[in-house]
Structures are given as C-alpha cells and as structure tokens.
Ligand binder design. Structure first.
Ligand code: PEP
Ligand code: MG
Length: 757
C-alpha cells in the first residue's frame, strides 16, 4: 500500500496544473482501488458550493456540475468532516442525483473529505455497481490518500489562482494565509531573498541580457565539470569501479545535450540562468523521485546536489547587489535576522516568511522595527513573486499577490487610518503612564538592534527591560571580542542613561543560531539554550559580563539578566561568575559597582521557584513568550500549532498571577518583557495582576500608554476577576475586547488582530 501511495503522490506532485493533478488522482485511485468510479469535488468558499472537477467512470458531460454546501452525499461528507460509506447510495435521504452523470448505475458509495489546515478543500468519492460496503482497508486507503493529497491540492489551487491573477483572468483576489507576525498593513513590491546555494528558493526573474545569462551558465557548467573530474581523480584509487562510473554519469548529465541544453532553452525563453537552473533541476528531481527502483529514486539527491554546485558558481558570477525598491516587501522561505540587517530600513515596508510563526525571533524583531509581517505562509509560491506587487496584512496574517484596484484601495485606507492614530499619540511622549485611579506603570522597551534606540527614545521609553545581546552575535561571522562588545554595550547604556538598561546574557539555541557556533539537536528548544550554553562555556559568559561591566563605568545604569534558568544551581553558578568578572574588572582599574542582577521566569519550573530566586537576585522578569511555549507545550515557531499558542490560556494567566504574588511576597522587583506586554488587551490584565513594569517593543509603547491612561486599575481588576473564571483563551480574548470597546478603547485596537476583525 505504501508503494502505491508513494507513486500516486509523486505523480500528482509532478503535475503542472491543478486540473491535471486532479485527473491523475481519479485515474490512479480508481485503478488502485479497483473501483468503477472515482471522482473529485472541490469546494469554493465564495460560491459556497462544490464543483465536480474530475471523474473516471461518470459521464464526462457532468464535469463542472455544482452542488451546494449541504447538498447531496458530497455535501454531507464535507459538513460532517468524516467519511460516509454506504452500500446503496440512492437509499440515503440526502442522496441527490447528479443529472447526466450516469451515476444511477452505481450503488456502493464511499466519500472522504479532503482537509487542509482544518479547512475543507473538497471530497474524494469512489463508487461501484455492486451493493456492498467498502471494507476497512479500502476506507483507510482512501482516507490516507486524501490526507496526503490535501497539501498538494492546496498548493496547486494556490498556483492556479496566482496564474489567473497574472493573466488578468481572475475573478477575485487570491489570498494566502499565514500567521500574524507583526501588526500593520503594507503595500509594496516583493523582493525574494534566497540564501546562497539554496536552489529551491531561487526566484523567477526576467533576464536582462540573455547572452550574458548563457555565458554565465557555460562558465558555471565548465567549473563544475572541472571540480567533478578533480574529485573523481582524487578518489579513483580508493573507490570501486562501479562507484567511479557514477562520476561519468554526472558529467554526462551536465553535458550540452542533457541538463545543460534544457537550462539553455529556458534561458532563451527569457528566464535568468539561476531561475532556469531551478526549474530544470526541480523537474528532474521530481522525475527521479517517481522511479519505482529505490536505487534510481535516491539519485534525486545527486541531481539536487549537482544543481546546487552549478548554482554556487552562477551566484559567484552574478554578484549584483539586490536592488531594493522604495517599498520593499521581503519574501523568503525562512527569514533571518541577518536578512533584516541587509536592507536599508527606510526601504522596508513588509516581511513574509514561509517558515516560522508569530513568536519566532525574527517576528519579534520585526515588531520592534514596526514592520508589518506575515509568518508561516506555507502555501505561498514565493519564488514566482519577485518584483510583483503584494499586499500583506500583518494583523490577520494574510498575503495578497497582484491585488485588484479595489483591494488596494481598501488596504490603503487601513494604512492611512493607522498612521493617523499613531501620529495622534505623539503628544503622550513625555507624559507618565498613569491610570485614571493613579496607578503608575513604567513602560520600558525591548531592544536588540541599534536602530531600536532612536525609536525607543522617540516614543518616551523609561528604560530597557530586555536588551537581546544575541542579536549582535547573530549578525556577525564570529564571536565579537570583549572590546567590540564593550563598545556596543556602551552605546546602549549611554543612549538611555540615566534610565536603566537590562542586558540579558547571551541567549542562543532554540531558533537563535550562530553560523559560527552551530548547535545540532533534535529538540533545540529543550536542549542547549540560554544559560545552559554559557555556563558550559564560562569563557564566553565571562567575556560578555566583563564587557558589560566595563561599558557601564560612570553610568551605573546597567542591570544584568539571566535567560532560561530552570534551577537554583544555575543562578548561583552564574552569580559566582558575575562576581568573579566584577572582581577582575575592578582590579583592572575600572570604577564600577556590582549592578542589579535578575533572572527570567520563562520555563515552568521557574514559576515554582520564584521565592527561591527572589531571595538570591535583585529582580525577576517574566519571559511570557517562552513561558507560553513551555507551559502549553506548543513550539512558538511552528505555524501548524500557532492557534494553540495563546498567552490568554487560563494556565498562562494563572502562572502570571502566581509569579507576581510570590515575588511581591519576597519584596523583589518584578517586570514582564515578553510580547504580551505590548498587546493592549494583555497589558490591561497585567496591570490588574500588579505588574508595574511592562517592557515591550517600541512600536507598541505609545498605544499601551494611551490604553492604560484611559482605564482605571479598579476596572481592570474587575475584568481580570471575570476572565479568571473562564476556561478558554479565545473566549477570554473576546471578553476583554468587548469590554475594551465598551470602555471606548476601540481606537487602540486598530492594527491589532482584534481591530482587524
Ligand atoms: C521571552 O521568552 O518571553 C523573552 C522575552 O525572550 P525571547 O523572546 O528572546 O526568547
Ligand atoms: Mg525567552
């Protein structure tokens, strides 16, 4: 069964259009299941109906016929989202005869839903003349094939609607859904960024000069052939003859008559060499993957490797800098902080990443920079979008390529409204954040890039609650030296002095990788991360702390914070190292006081150790991003489980309450620096719980100040009491939003998920 499944999936995968893919599905499934009919119906959300798209066994004149959402057995399968297996379809009360289909001859009916990301895409049906139930094996085969094909169908549907958009024959705007990354809307021109020698994400691009592209290709092929010959000569003495023959096969594949010729033909049609190479190699890879023979199938890896080698040489020759238009929307399979660093800020209006989720670190940086972002847009055919106009809706996590004038007009209004509201908040810059009943809340910022500093000061930040030192480590190619670090830290401390700056010691691991210090793990978020890495490498930790201490001389506004602590021993060990670094720095002649030291509460164990920690350190700060991830066991990076990641989950709220209570009981200072603090609805709950320092991205700070100045702590406490009796994160969210609207706070929801609904 597995072999049949694999073969069908590969064939469908290789289809060029959705229609061809569907035709392959019905042909193959009918043969595999030995049934008389196999048909596929696709659901159209806007029309609220199913269309018979392809069938083997029914009269072809029925193709294109429609059924309403709840009509017929197909409608029932969709509504119930489960298979329907009948020995005689016509005797079912919901049976609806499809005119002209010829289906009256068939009695046995089995329909299974095709579901992708919880949404019904369509229904796959098999039918037979005999009066009988399909057996369990048949049913499970159809369910399995439908589950496997759902992603491919979704992808093919997406590509198809994009093609219609390209040719102007689309009747509606195509929408790709991802996860809200950073709020706001952007209308701009797509710039597809592809990491070096990564074939899959090379974008399509028109060749500026076809002859030049052909020359590039010739040179690259020649260079790879030379490399292959050299490797083959080197290995000749140690490899058996059959293995050596493989090199000849590869060399001949690169020949002018094989892959080389095909790439050349695509270039002549106007595609640049790198894009043409991607098209041809991907095609060959697909063909190899479809082979029955395991050995031949595995050759797909070799073809991809060949392609990667040619690409590396093409990229070496074509080192033109990316030209960023004034309203660039960066698109990438996986956005990285380094990519953000390369584009001038004034040209960047939006970001889209196919991988990652709303709490991935790149999304956090994007929020800090105030750049609307969509993460996890898994079905987006991003390589086809370079230089195309796109709209991104960072509030709802949507991407619209090649928008219609109506859609553009609508979104332009949203952009203007948001700008107007934010501009109106300027007057609050120097006003304190104080509630109507006189509770004073300190609003601090989270920083990482140097550009955050100006934005933060501009928005009236009263301190830095989290300076993510790892960002500077991530955008380099080696560890920064002590003096380099000292200089960077000095700039931060000076910019905010006399206000406090909380510097977090290096927090790498998880989704924060250093190219020059690779960590390979199966479960990186549960592995070597944060304090665990730096305690194992005291040389890295000590250099960093020494640099921080030296940088603070004469300013005395440094606070040091430890990430990812899960036990008391880690805290004690880190304290010991910090004291040691302090002693060293003082003996070198620096006049620095030992700064306040704090820990982050971001793993579940830490919730129960708050009192222990509070007795040993000066302050605690809640990292609600990780705390939510670890408490709910939901990977903050995984778009598939993004719906489950919610900081209003009753368990997270209960933990936040317990932390603040235990911390206050010990008289230690408490703050929160996770993304929650920058969400107006969450800030109201945090105020009610007693958090007096909220640290957030600079972009949201004015909104939070406006919101908190317009409520009273008494009102917030009443709301907190109400939501603490509820058991569902989304219900809690709706309840707070409703209360905010009633209290006249709707304005603050513009540019948030709630406001966009
Ligand atoms: C957090 O986990 O909430 C936090 C502030 O740290 P980071 O997002 O950098 O992991
Ligand atoms: Mg964290």
């Amino acid at each position: 069964m597995l072999n049949i499944l694999r073969r069908i999936v590969q064939k469908v995968n290789a289809a060029k259009t959705l229609q061809v893919a569907l035709e392959i599905i019905v042909q193959e499934v009918r043969v595999a299941m030995k049934t008389e009919v196999c048909s596929v119906f696709l659901f159209d959300d806007d029309e609220n109906s199913y269309t018979l798209m392809a069938s083997e066994g029914l009269n072809q004149s029925a193709i294109g016929m429609k059924l309403l959402r709840s009509e017929g057995l197909v409608g029932q399968v969709g509504l119930r989202e489960e298979p329907i297996n009948l020995e005689d379809a016509a005797s079912h009360p919901k049976y609806r005869y499809l005119k002209e289909s010829g289906e009256e001859r068939f009695h046995a009916f089995l329909g299974v839903p095709i579901i992708h990301h919880r949404a019904i895409l369509g229904v796959l049906v098999v039918q037979q003349q005999e009066v009988r139930f399909f057996d369990e094996t048949e049913e499970s085969f159809l369910i399995t094939i439908s589950a496997q094909l759902a992603g491919i169908i979704a992808h093919a549907e997406a590509s198809g609607s994009l093609s219609r958009q390209e040719t102007g024959s689309a009747t509606k705007d195509t929408r790709f859904t991802g996860v809200a990354g950073a709020p706001g809307v952007a209308i701009g021109e797509a710039v597809v960024i592809s990491p070096p020698a990564y074939l899959r994400s090379v974008p399509d691009r028109d060749a500026d000069d076809i002859d030049v592209e052909l020359q590039h290709l010739d040179r690259a092929l020649k260079a790879v052939r030379k490399d292959m010959r050299e490797t083959s000569n080197k290995l000749a003495p140690s490899l058996p003859r059959e293995e050596m023959a493989l090199f000849d096969v590869y060399l001949s594949m690169l020949d002018d008559s094989a892959i080389g010729a095909e790439v050349r033909a695509v270039i002549r049609e106007g595609q640049w060499a790198q894009g043409a190479l991607r098209q041809v190699i991907e095609e060959h890879v697909k063909n190899f993957e479809m082979m029955e023979d395991v050995y031949l199938r595995e050759r797909a890896v070799d073809v991809r490797d060949l392609g990667r080698r040619v690409l590396a040489y093409l990229q070496e020759q074509d080192k033109r800098d990316v030209v960023y238009p004034d309203n660039s929307v960066l698109l990438s399979e996986e956005l990285t902080p380094a990519m953000l660093g390369e584009i001038p800020r004034d040209k960047l209006v939006g970001l889209v990443s196919v991988k990652g989720s709303g709490n991935s670190h790149v999304a956090i940086l994007a929020r800090a920079m105030g750049v609307p972002t969509v993460m996890g847009a898994v079905d987006l055919p991003f390589t086809r979008l370079n230089a195309r106009e796109v709209i991104i809706d960072g509030n709802l996590g949507r991407v619209y390529p090649l928008p219609s004038p109506e859609l553009r007009g609508y979104y332009q209004e949203v952009v203007d409204q948001e700008k107007q509201f934010v501009a109106g908040l300027d007057v609050l810059r120097d006003k304190p954040c104080i509630t109507k009943d006189q509770t004073r809340v300190s609003l601090w910022v989270n920083t990482g890039l140097m550009t955050d500093v100006a934005r933060s000061l501009d928005r009236g930040a009263e301190g830095v609650g989290l300076y993510r030192t790892e960002v500077h480590f991530m955008i380099r190619e080696r560890f920064p030296s002590e003096s380099e670090q000292q200089k960077i830290y000095r700039e931060q401390l000076q910019a905010f002095a006399p206000n406090p700056v909380t510097m977090r010691t290096l927090d790498i691991g998880g989704d924060k990788a250093l190219s020059y210090f690779p960590i390979q793990e199966d479960n990186p978020f549960l592995g070597w991360r944060g304090i665990r890495v730096t305690l194992d490498h005291p040389e890295i930790f000590l250099v960093q702390v020494r640099a921080m201490l030296k940088a603070s001389e004469g300013l005395n506004n440094l606070r040091i914070m430890l990430p990812m602590v899960s036990n008391v021993a880690e805290v004690e060990e880190a304290l010991h190292l910090i004291h040691r670094a302090h002693g060293e720095v003082v003996s070198e002649g620096f006049d620095v006081k030992l700064p306040p030291i704090g820990v982050m509460i971001e793993v579940p164990a830490a919730i129960y150790l708050v009192k222990e920690f509070a007795r040993r350190v000066d302050f605690l700060s809640v990292g609600s991003n990780d705390l939510t991830q670890y408490l709910l066991a939901v990977d903050r990076n995984n778009p598939r489980v993004a719906e489950l990641y919610h900081s209003f989950h009753p368990a997270v709220l209960a933990a936040l309450q317990s932390i603040v209570r235990d911390c206050k009981a010990e008289g230690a200072a408490i703050s929160i620096c996770g993304e929650m603090a920058g969400d107006p609805a969450a800030a109201i709950l945090l105020l009610a719980m007693g958090y007096e320092v909220l640290s957030m991205n600079a972009t949201n700070l004015p909104k939070i100040k406006w919101a908190l100045r317009n409520v009273s702590t008494r009102w917030a406490k009443g709301l907190l009491d109400e939501v603490m009796t509820m058991d569902d994160a989304y219900v809690i969210q709706s309840c707070i939003e409703l209360a905010m609207r009633k209290a006249g706070l709707s304005k603050v929801m513009v540019g948030t998920r709630a406001g966009a609904k």
